[in-house]
Design a protein around this ligand. Structure first.
Ligand SMILES: [Zn+2]
Length: 55
């Protein structure tokens, strides 16, 4: 099963044992946009920076 990252658009192959695959398969009607590990890491870092530098 191949999904596309909602952030960078990169196609990622999901193996059966991966958690995201189970989630997508159990809820096909309400698919959350898939975000690859690289972008998840970037988002997490951005969130930490937002905490360090409040507006
Ligand atoms: Zn990505």
């Amino acid at each position: 099963m191949e999904v596309k990252c909602a952030v960078c658009g990169q196609a990622v192959e999901l193996a059966k044992w991966q958690q995201d695959f189970e989630r997508l398969r159990e809820h096909p009607g309400e698919q959350e946009p898939y975000v690859c590990e690289t972008c998840q890491d970037r988002v997490r870092r951005d969130a930490q920076q937002a905490v360090s530098f409040p507006r």
